[in-house]
Ligand binder design. Sequence first.
Ligand code: COA
Length: 461
Amino acid sequence: MPGARWPEGGENKGIAADNLGKGTMGKEALSIVDQRTQAAYEIPIHDGTIRAMDLRQIKTGPEDFGLMSYDPAFMNTASCRSSITFIDGDKGILRYRGYPIEQLAEKCSFLEVAYLVLSGELPTEPQLKEWVADITHHTMLHETTKKFLEGFRHDAHPMGMLASTVAALSTVYPESREVLDPKVRALQIRRLIGKMPTIAAYTYRHSLGYPYVYPDNELSYTENFMNMLWKMVEPKYIANPVLARALDILFILHADHEQNCSANAMRSVGSSHADPFLATAAAAAALSGPLHGGANEEVLKMLDEIGSKDKVPAYIAKVKAGEFKLMGFGHRIYKNYDPRARIIKWAADKVFEVTGRNPKLEIALELERIALEDEYFIKRKLYPNVDFYSGIIYQAMGFQPAMLTVLFAIPRTVGWLAQWQEMLCDAEQKIARPRQVFTGQAARDFVPLEKRGVTAAPTAA
Ligand code: COA
């Protein structure tokens, strides 16, 4: 199999039980007194974390199930141990495998970063050559997949087409179900990274009614993507090198972002040992929402709606009144300027030198200026996130707003796959299955239809 020298990476054996609680600073433990029973417990702390399962021993009696933690939306729950991406949201730091995002964006190609994210180390020169060749040789789609895409309506949203087509690849590669076989996994990883730009480009060509363009193996990852999007009748498509590099940088910035909504979907679906095409489709579905990857498209709609710089104060007033959110602002983890937004702002200048300035930039800069000085945003630590400027730059490069989340999904596939592989190699992980606090009816007897009256039952949701 090609790429055999590629390290497996992501091996995670979990914490050995006898290591729990043995911190480097003496005893690390949490003392708990249950006021219901006066019983005292000592819960080990490891890496600043207690294990929710250690709470289960806290019971009021033998019939009691035991204490659980309640954490809707995982606000304070670590669902895994991971060595892929580090974020310090307060300081605005993002690192892949220890390397600062700024250095990677400046010095690496996207496929080099993809190798790093997946394997844990930057590739040597021969490793990179082999890796790039592997990915390049997995860019073609089976012809039946092309036919599948043709079945979509001309106005189908590209994200719907992308997610469905990635799911459909599961039927083309049935061996991908062998998720515990590292060689099978390695092949599917290459297939997915190779084919995502092809599917993405085909969704675009489909919506315009243009013929599909086959991949060109002589081109780089991003140049080839641009070729499949925009080649018309010329014998060879030559991408503008500045735009191709900008796209490469944007892909680097989007490669992974630790346990976000779509990574969590990937891990959760993958934990049932569903194949990686189906799990990636689930992750793409999670990404499509406007609170996640769909935000970049929403930012462009918002800038259109605002229309001009002078209308920004009135728009901000409505945001503060709670009428709607300022799209592209705020983040669950970053309580500081998103470092990716800073790099995108820098890359935008390079792109605009080629394409001319996107008029929406004026409005965005004014929004940022006013918001960063406003008490409402300061108090809530709301800063521009990755989506605030990415839409503007993508639009200047010629992408339609509906394609923006698809552009996010292509590079994020790398992160999803790294998270998926890490989860499968983690001896502590099992099928993801949260608990609930049941708030429904206690047991009651069935009531026949004729005895239910006319108004008692609520309308089904
Ligand atoms: N515009 C205005 N107010 C915002 C806001 C925004 N973009 N994002 C958060 N807030 C406000 C909330 O209304 C809330 O105010 P309150 O305390 O008065 O109720 C407070 O800030 C905390 O927000 P909350 O929704 O609890 O944060 P969260 O961590 O659950 O949500 C996001 C994070 C990203 C979902 C949220 O900031 C958001 O919806 N942003 C816009 C969409 C976006 O850009 N998504 C892309 C993320 S990369």
